[in-house]
Every structure is written in structure tokens, then in C-alpha cells.
Design a protein around this ligand. Structure first.
Ligand SMILES: C[S@@+](CC[C@H](N)C(=O)[O-])C[C@H]1O[C@@H](n2cnc3c(N)ncnc32)[C@H](O)[C@@H]1O
Length: 366
């Protein structure tokens, strides 16, 4: 039997390799894996209230941070060093203290901030835990339902989106739709389809007390959470309710139907858009809120597109593949493709009404 002789010197890199580009990519890899781990550490800091303590207290030693948050110092010290190396905390080597700078506090510790993004970190580890299911999906083509994910994704999604809704929904996006603000002020009937925990429904219900709102979602646990949120907010049950129903067959007729970041998760967005069209009053409005994207793949090869394509691979595309229709639109479909679906569903006037760096709002009229 012949054996390959053992190599005594490392192989030389192939001649075509550019050393500068190789080093740049190796640097990117270190940064990338560090960021992935730091995402989990950030979710831990959020869950344990470490950012809140730091935001309230100013610079703290790891012992002080541990004591005030009821956690173990040795874990906290290692966490804080990783966070300082990531630029999430600053470190004072003389005092031996860690500080949450005000800008980081605005993003990670202030739940009234328009850019409070702790929720997106909360959801990530739950999604990472689904990796074996997603690998199976790559092999078989089968989907993974939204409902199969963990509670942390449902809550994290609610918290992440609520910040943007609170900052823009009532003040910017509703006024951007033709005649909708006046209708809501006067008294309209509104459906929020794929409402999740009802963040958008509740903000609208609070802002427009003459209108009535129903949130639909196929996921029973999300509807239960939305009902609990409505009760906590003291909203009257005859004006705001949440029911389990699919987006292609929910009951009723509405002046406004809204779908917030959910159409692309559905198996048959065309059937859903047709049902929305049928469920609208003759002069009604379909408000479609979707992730910001361009119409070409190359338009989306940027940091926001990277994040959305990644989440879409792990969550949105598998969710759609789990439902009848299996259209798997993806989270970066872009306004032209979304507009085509609305037009094919019978909407005669379709336009982009608003846009932020993260999202677009399309308006569909019958
Ligand atoms: C990304 S979450 C967005 C939730 C909520 N609209 C928000 O903005 O926070 C997508 C939601 O769509 C719901 N969903 C997915 N497919 C659905 C379907 N066919 N019918 C009704 N709801 C659906 C999921 O249960 C989930 O709550």
C-alpha cells in the first residue's frame, strides 16, 4: 500500500493569490465571526439588563455592573471586554471601568428611541438555533414555518419593529397615503393582517380613537400576546380585537387593510393581495409595508441588503416555503415585483408612498 509522504513545509499559496486581498479578507473573516458572537453577547446583555444598568449609572467596574444587575462578575468582566473590543462599550484603563456611550445607549437601552434596536439582537440567537432545520431545508427544499421559531424571535420582532412604527407610522406613513389620515380621524374600519404581537395595530388604535381595528394572524400564540398587549394598554375590546385567521381568507370588509412586514413571509402573496382587494370597501386602501430594497440583486449588495438577505434565508423564505403557494418572494423582492403582484391582484393604482433606509410603504387602490 502506498502512502502519501508527510509534508514537512506548509504549502506555498497558489501564484494567483494577491497577498493584500488575502489579508484584507482574513481581516474581514475575523471581524465577521467576532460580530456574530458579539450579536449573541448583545442579546445576553439586553436580556440581563446590563445596558439599562450602564445607561443609568455611567462608568462602572465589572464588579459594580455585576452587583447592580444581579449577575456573576467573572462572566460580566469577560462580556464587557468583548463588548469594549466591539466598540459597544468604552473602557477606561486607568479607572478600570466600562461605559455605555450615549449613542449606544440610544440604540440599546432606550425603548422610546426611534432607533432602539435591541429586539433585532434578541431574535438572532433563536434563529441561529434553527440552523439544523435550515440545513435540512437546503437539502430537501421543505420550509420552516414562522410558528416553529422560538419566542425570542416573536418578541424580538415586535420590539424591533415597534421602534420604527412609533417613530413613523402615525406621523409619516399614514399621512403619505391618499386620504387615509382623514378617514381614520373620522372613523374607519381597519384590518392589520399578519399582525404578530399587534405593535402596529395598537399604535394606530391609540392614535385614532374613532376607528375600529382588527388584527389577524395565523399564529395563535401571537394573537394571544396581541390580546394581552391590548388589555395592558386599556384599549376597549369593541374597538380593537385580535383573531386567528389566514391572510387569504380573513373575514370582513375594511376601509384600510395593512400588512406590515409579512406579505413576503406568506406562501401565496398573490392570493393574499387578491383577498385584500376583495375585502376592501370600493374606495379603500391597501397599505403594504415591506423591507426596503432595489429591484435588482446588485442594488441590494449593501449592509442593509446583506442583513435582509441573511434573515430572508433563515426565516422569511423558509416561512413562505412552508405554506401553500410556496412563492418564496424573499425579503428583498423590491418595489417593482411587489407592484406587479398588486396589479395582478386587481389594484389599479399602485405607488410607493414612503421609504426609510429600512422599509418601503406601497399604496394600492382598487
Ligand atoms: C415578520 S412577522 C411581522 C409581524 C407584525 N406584522 C409586525 O410588524 O411586528 C410576520 C407575521 O406574519 C404572520 N403570517 C405569516 N404567514 C401568514 C398567513 N398566511 N396568514 C396570516 N399571518 C401570517 C406570522 O405569523 C407573523 O406574525
Amino acid at each position: 500500500m502506498t502512502q502519501t509522504p508527510e509534508r514537512t513545509t506548509p504549502p506555498a499559496p497558489p501564484a494567483a493569490i494577491d497577498q493584500g486581498k488575502l489579508e484584507a479578507f482574513l481581516g474581514k473573516v475575523v471581524n465577521e465571526v467576532g460580530a456574530a458572537y458579539n450579536t449573541v453577547l448583545t442579546a445576553i446583555g439586553d436580556q440581563l439588563g446590563l445596558y439599562r444598568v450602564l445607561a443609568d449609572a455611567g462608568p462602572l467596574s465589572s464588579a459594580e455592573l455585576a452587583e447592580r444587575s444581579g449577575t456573576a462578575e467573572r462572566y460580566v468582566r469577560e462580556w464587557a471586554n468583548a463588548q469594549a473590543a466591539s466598540g459597544f462599550l468604552s473602557y477606561d484603563p486607568v479607572a478600570g471601568t466600562y461605559e455605555l456611550p450615549p449613542e449606544q445607549a440610544f440604540v440599546l437601552a432606550d425603548d422610546t428611541s426611534p432607533v432602539y434596536l435591541a429586539g433585532i439582537f434578541q431574535g438572532a440567537p433563536a434563529v441561529f438555533g434553527m440552523t439544523p432545520r435550515i440545513v435540512e431545508g437546503f437539502r430537501t427544499g421543505q420550509g420552516v414555518g414562522w410558528h416553529e421559531h422560538g419566542q425570542a424571535l416573536f418578541e424580538g420582532t415586535e420590539r424591533f419593529f415597534r421602534s420604527g412604527y412609533r417613530a413613523n407610522l402615525v406621523s409619516e406613513w399614514i399621512p403619505a397615503l391618499e386620504g387615509v389620515e382623514t378617514k381614520l380621524q373620522t372613523g374607519a374600519v381597519v384590518a392589520d393582517v399578519g399582525c404578530g404581537h399587534g405593535a402596529s395595530t395598537l399604535l394606530l388604535a391609540e392614535a385614532f380613537p374613532n376607528s375600529t381595528f382588527v388584527g389577524f394572524d395565523y399564529h395563535q400564540a401571537s394573537i394571544d400576546a396581541a390580546r394581552a398587549r391590548a388589555a395592558d394598554a386599556g384599549l376597549p375590546a369593541d374597538r380593537v380585537r385580535f383573531d386567528v385567521a389566514g391572510a387569504a381568507d380573513y373575514p370582513g370588509t375594511y376601509d384600510v387593510v395593512a400588512i406590515f412586514d409579512a406579505l413576503h413571509d406568506m406562501g401565496d402573496p398573490l392570493a393574499v393581495a387578491r383577498h385584500v382587494r376583495e375585502s376592501l370597501a370600493p374606495d379603500g386602501t391597501f397599505m403594504l409595508f415591506e423591507p426596503a430594497a432595489g429591484d435588482q440583486i446588485s442594488d441590494n449588495l449593501n449592509p442593509v441588503g446583506r442583513l435582509y438577505y441573511a434573515i430572508s434565508t433563515m426565516v422569511c423564505t423558509p416561512a413562505s416555503l412552508d405554506q401553500p403557494g410556496r412563492m418564496a418572494l424573499g425579503a428583498q423582492a423590491g418595489p417593482a415585483r411587489l407592484g406587479e403582484i398588486l396589479t395582478e391582484a386587481g389594484f389599479t393604482r399602485v405607488r410607493e408612498a414612503a421609504r426609510t433606509p429600512f422599509n418601503i410603504v406601497l399604496e394600492g387602490r382598487p
